[in-house]
Design a protein around this ligand. Structure first.
Ligand code: HEC
Length: 381
């Protein structure tokens, strides 16, 4: 096996491209996941490792720009190869890929004797490639919206920003999972495929995964166009490439420079400042209205609204304690009930509120009415 023939699969530029993709993608994942899951221990560790959230965001943005430029470069090269050199569109998906996919499954299940015969890029590689392209497009688009939210909300409804945040975060989780489970499996576990590092592939691997390409090579199916043709096509390609390059520069400028958002126009808030302390000591001219009517005695008669307003933003439908409905509140959180009807002192929610410092903290009056309500058996109606 050691001396078997090898075939050039990726030239140096392709391998460098893949390396930059690997670096930028990994950096985006490493600096992005802690922003999606900020309360997880490893996220805090990673954030500290990068020198805090501000620095981590800068790295995330730099990696994003690298990936965007890389993608445009890739598109320009693709146009060159397909149009000027008229190389076969080996990444284009077709009906044969569906057939290959089905046949592969049947073969792996032992229901078919022969494995499908596949070309330069087999259906697995095509799926990965197009998922990558599509994913990058989604991430670049939603990333732009998150990077420039004020600008975006000028032209689109504001609800697009939280929607973009959702899409960006979960598409990232999907992409990372796909790379770890799928890409690593096909390229490193099923068989070691070095072609993106060394550039070539062994005869055995070629026969197994790209037999049709081998046959095409032997037949010499691809004929490079004549110098004259290349020259003619170049006169069309060069303007396109110039326009795309200028467009890339414009896009990068748009990402980085279009908006001076709150994140960089306001000085970062000092750390360990108590939450919800008014910045000016001046008392408000009127007493802030309490959410619960003084006479409220039931869940439906006021406490539902109070809990929703003060606690609902965190204790919603996301797991753990929820205050969305009466039943949810009675059910309690991960560590059990937080409300003991008739016994305010034993109710964890009262304890948490009395200890103070919890976000959304009830005012003393609100807390007193909650205690009275619980003492009265916490009636629903
Ligand atoms: C800014 C987000 C936020 C707000 C607003 C908030 N909490 Fe919490 N609360 C948390 C987090 C985070 C935890 C810890 C995780 C958990 O137990 O769900 C927690 C835990 C609790 C617990 C302990 C739950 C358990 O299972 O041990 C109680 C009780 C609680 N909160 C009550 C309240 C009440 C009452 C309000 C409204 C006055 C409120 N919280 C508002 C974030 C919030």
């Amino acid at each position: 096996m050691a001396n078997q023939k090898t075939y050039q699969r990726f030239d140096v530029t392709r391998r460098v491209e893949h390396f930059l993709l690997f670096v930028s993608f990994s950096l985006l994942g490493i600096t992005g996941l802690p922003q999606k899951f900020p309360t997880v221990g490893i996220s805090k560790f990673t954030t500290n490792l990068f020198g805090g959230i501000e620095a981590m965001r800068v790295i995330h943005h730099v990696a994003a720009i690298v990936l965007i430029v890389l993608t445009f470069y890739h598109i320009i090269v693709a146009i060159y190869k397909l149009f000027v050199k008229q190389e076969p569109a080996s990444m284009a998906p077709g009906p044969k890929d569906v057939v290959d996919g089905v046949q592969s499954i049947l073969y792996n299940l032992g229901l078919r004797k022969e494995a499908p015969r596949m070309g330069r890029y087999n259906f697995i590689e095509k799926m990965e490639y197009w998922a990558m392209i599509w994913g990058t497009f989604i991430m670049a688009l939603t990333g732009f919206m998150l990077w420039n939210p004020i600008f975006t909300a000028k032209y689109l409804p504001g609800v697009i920003i939280p929607a973009a945040k959702m899409a960006h975060g979960w598409e990232a989780v999907l992409a990372i999972a796909a790379i770890i489970l799928w890409h690593f499996y096909t390229v490193h576990i099923r068989s070691w495929n070095w072609s993106m590092i060394k550039g070539h592939m062994t005869q055995e691997q070629m026969e197994e995964e790209h037999i049709l390409e081998l046959e095409d090579m032997a037949k010499g199916t691809y004929k490079a166009p004549s110098k004259e043709t290349v020259r003619k096509r170049m006169t069309i390609f060069i303007p396109i490439a110039v326009v795309l390059t200028l467009f890339t520069i414009f896009i990068v400028y748009a990402y980085v420079g279009i908006e001076a958002s709150a994140a960089n126009t306001y000085a970062p808030v000092e750390e360990n400042v108590p939450v919800f302390v008014p910045r000016t000591p001046t008392p408000l001219p009127i007493a802030a209205p309490t959410a619960v009517p003084a006479a409220a005695t039931t869940w439906e008669g006021g406490f539902a609204a109070l809990f929703d307003q003060k606690c609902g933003s965190c204790h919603g439908e996301m797991g753990g304690l929820s205050v969305a409905t009466y039943a949810d509140l009675l059910k309690g959180g991960a560590s059990g009930p937080v409300l003991v009807a008739g016994d305010a002192a034993a109710s964890k929610l009262v304890q948490v509120m009395q200890a103070g410092g919890h976000p959304g903290q009830f005012t003393p009056e609100e807390l007193q009415s909650v205690i009275d309500w619980i003492t009265a058996g916490a009636p629903e109606k």
